[in-house]
Write a protein that binds this ligand. Structure first.
Ligand SMILES: [Fe+2]
Ligand SMILES: [Fe+2]
Length: 191
């Protein structure tokens, strides 16, 4: 992808956040954009590479593409935002970005199934949506999840996701991620 095409994709992503990201993040005390920026900032603090930071920033982009109501979890629906988001990202990014996004809901189900105390640490909204998302995993689902090449990355994104709901936290803004996203897009062909 040429430089000007990468710039256009990133501008499109930032526009999505600016135009659609100000709604509450699923009943939490932060907006979608604040949630994404906090999640990405945690990835940077953990020393993640460009693709994993991109995955953290973009893990819920499916919500913005959907245009579904913010309180969808309360309506007993699951928007399958991880599928919508990863399918859209696949046009521009490789598996190192797309797969953790696709698997971030499965990662929650996985952690609830295998990690003692994980469920108790989730926000109330996140606890409530677990059933809609398929509930606990069976042994077979756990095994298949662990066979996914990017499952570790998905689990990392999930931990950052869970912690990225702090009201009024000061973190770097969208433009901070421009070169990181460019880098992540450039690496698509190298996988
Ligand atoms: Fe999500
Ligand atoms: Fe999230």
């Amino acid at each position: 992808m040429e430089q000007h095409e990468r710039t256009a994709v990133i501008d499109r992503i930032f526009t999505l956040f600016r135009e659609k990201g100000s709604g509450a993040y699923f009943g939490e005390a932060v907006s979608e954009t604040e949630h994404a920026l906090q999640c990405a900032n945690r990835a940077i603090d953990s020393g993640a590479n460009a693709e994993l930071v991109a995955a953290a920033l973009l893990h819920d982009i499916g919500h913005l593409l959907h245009g579904l109501p913010e309180d969808i979890a309360e309506h007993g629906l699951d928007g399958r935002h991880e599928e919508a988001g990863s399918a859209w990202l696949a046009r521009y990014f490789g598996s190192a970005v797309m797969d953790p996004v696709r698997l971030h809901v499965a990662a929650k189900r996985f952690l609830c199934s295998v990690e003692e105390g994980y469920y108790d640490g989730l926000s109330e909204v996140s606890q409530r949506s677990l059933e809609l998302q398929g509930g606990l995993m069976s042994e077979d689902e756990i095994r298949r999840f662990q066979e996914e090449p990017w499952f570790n990355s998905a689990v990392s994104v999930r931990y950052w996701d869970d912690g990225a709901k702090v009201p009024n936290l000061e973190v770097p803004g969208l433009e901070h991620y421009r070169t990181i996203l460019e880098d992540a897009i450039s690496k698509r062909g190298q996988q």
